[in-house]
Design a protein around this ligand. Structure first.
Ligand code: FES
Ligand SMILES: [Fe+2]
Length: 441
């Protein structure tokens, strides 16, 4: 292939070129995945400086004074409940000389004492004590040295988001049509209660964080990247997963919906027909037949509903920039460096069902990450390796662009397309560009 010269000089940095030249209608520039300067700006603007970022699920903070250490971009933060259970998010960064205060992942604490020199802070952020206070002058005011706090913290039905932008719209406004998809996912639980309480599954890859977000809305890759998993599922016989082989998913009923602000969803539910069909298309598992027999014997007419709750929601919901709701799981994209990312998968249980259903849910959540995620992460690492060739400058996202009949506008104004359209990338990059370039949201 002949390399084509492009107006963006290969030696220019994104800061010099301007982000607007690097995000085009049909392609994005490789430096958005390789340049540390781009990454540094993303960690400020995209991850919390201007927009909302997902931080935690409320069920991870089950009682008053619970806390959880997480990151907002690269900023270490502690999500806390105070004694009345109200939520707060403070920087996990001592206001004395910057040491992290809390080095536990989670727990219960009314206050945090810095291990370095012993300053103590309430779980709401106020400084309550400095050892040997006679060492500070009379003008030392403890009220001026509390922990940094986020401008806004809001929860949408258990999903906690935070931002440093005091002018950000409410979370529900920012979620827009995505809120209804979260509602579907949450309301599958009979009592509307989703519980994240088991240990998380963490995997790191040597690649940029956006590779995971690109892929979450990508219905093009499964037939190729997850072939072994799909073949294993289809050995059961009448699996709907067979539709991936030989036939383009664009001819099937699955759709991708664009939900604004970089959010989108792939809806796989039209692949299934009626109660019990999510379960019927689940991959083979040890003990599956006996489990089904018992549920049918004990629950009669309600068995199909309970069996479907054992398997995934059949939606892949992407909330920009870092929350992916996939099957029954919550996946969090955690950037570490321009070419290093951690993905954390939280399995979920639900209230209002027999324990056996939650036990089977844990088994069905083994597909991803255990079988499928290594396929995806291998791709992310191979893309990052491919990006080391500076002469090949562009990443394409043009599939579906200008193809007649693919994109439709629904009665609610929501744009949808076939599952392999790269419209998901084109739209989220528009949201990304706005956060990277505009003064305020
Ligand atoms: S850095 Fe925390 S007390 Fe000194
Ligand atoms: Fe995948």
């Amino acid at each position: 292939m002949t390399l084509q010269r492009d107006p963006v000089a290969r030696s220019s940095t994104p800061a010099r070129t301007g982000y607007r030249n690097l995000v085009r209608e049909d392609r994005v520039h490789r430096t958005l995945y390789t340049d540390p300067e781009v990454f540094a700006t993303e960690m400020v603007n995209v991850f919390g400086g201007r927009s909302w970022v997902y931080l935690a699920h409320e069920s991870q903070l089950p009682e008053p004074n619970s806390f959880l250490s997480v990151r907002m971009g690269l900023r270490p933060v502690i999500v806390t409940r105070d004694r009345k259970s109200a939520l707060h998010v403070v920087f996990n960064r001592c206001s004395h000389r910057a040491a992290t205060l809390c080095r536990e992942e989670s727990g219960v604490a009314k206050s945090f004492q810095c291990p370095y020199h012993g300053w103590t802070f309430r779980n709401t952020g106020e400084l309550v004590g400095t050892p040997w206070p006679q060492g500070y002058g009379e003008d030392f005011d403890r009220a001026e040295h509390g922990l940094h706090k986020l401008a806004k913290v809001e929860s949408y039905r258990g999903f906690i988001f935070g931002t440093l932008n005091g002018a950000a719209p409410s979370v529900v406004d920012w979620l827009g049509p995505a809120a209804a998809w979260l509602d579907y996912w949450i309301d599958r639980a009979p009592e509307g209660e989703v519980i994240v309480r088991s240990a998380a599954h963490r995997m790191g890859y040597r690649g940029n964080w956006k590779l995971a977000y690109d892929n979450a809305g990508d219905g093009y890759h499964p037939a190729f990247s997850h072939r072994s998993l799909l073949e294993m599922a289809s050995r059961m016989g009448d699996s709907k997963d067979m539709s991936y082989f030989g036939v383009s998913p664009d001819e099937g009923p699955m759709r991708t919906y664009l939900l604004g602000n970089g959010h989108s969803v792939i809806d796989q539910r039209p692949n299934y027909d009626g109660p019990g069909s999510f379960w019927a298309n689940q991959r083979p598992q040890p003990g599956r037949e006996k489990f089904e027999e018992q549920i049918r014997a004990n629950h009669g007419d309600d068995a199909d509903r309970l069996l479907d709750l054992c398997v995934g929601s059949q939606i892949n919901l992407s909330i920009f920039p870092n929350l992916l709701v996939i099957g029954n799981q919550i996946q969090v994209v955690e950037p570490l460096a321009v070419d290093r990312t951690q993905l954390t998968w939280h399995a979920t249980a639900i209230g209002g069902v027999p324990d056996a259903v939650n036990t089977m849910r844990m088994r069905t959540q083994e597909d991803f990450p255990a079988f499928g995620e290594p396929d995806d992460q291998a791709n992310f690492e191979e893309v990052q390796r491919g990006l080391a060739a500076p002469e090949a400058e562009w990443i394409l996202m043009n599939r579906g662009l200008g193809v007649d009949g693919w994109q439709e506008v629904g009665p609610d104004g929501v744009v949808s397309s076939t599952a392999t359209d790269e419209l998901h990338m084109r739209r989220y990059y528009a949201a990304w560009l706005q956060l990277m370039t505009e003064e305020a949201m």
